[in-house]
Design a protein. Sequence first.
Length: 137
Amino acid sequence: HTDPTAGGPTLENNLAAMCRNHHRFKTFHNWHYQLAPDGTLTITTDTGHTLTTHPDGPLARWRHHTTDTDTGAATDTRADPDADIPPPRRPWLDPRPQSTHWYRRALRLAAERKANTMAPPPETTPDHHHDPDPPPF
């Protein structure tokens, strides 16, 4: 979390991805992180220096078009909001299970096991035919 004392649910709008070193600076060296609604991250170090990062990528472009940075309220002034930037995919809201390689493999193996347990064993009869001749080798 950019501000762990603020509490609340863990959502993408209150998280900042950091490597181990930067997370330790935030935690142990009194760096302060300010995350704007558009995803801009402002870092103030313990010496007073300020660093600003601007997000990039599809989620950042979508957020930039749907959030007013002054109020944090959702706004969209485009004629066709879905024309150029689709909303981000949220698989946790999709009720359909996503078919992955491992999911399909598990289904296939379960079907094979079920077929193997349900099918009767093949009929085997002992071979009583005895050839009195020695082998050809």
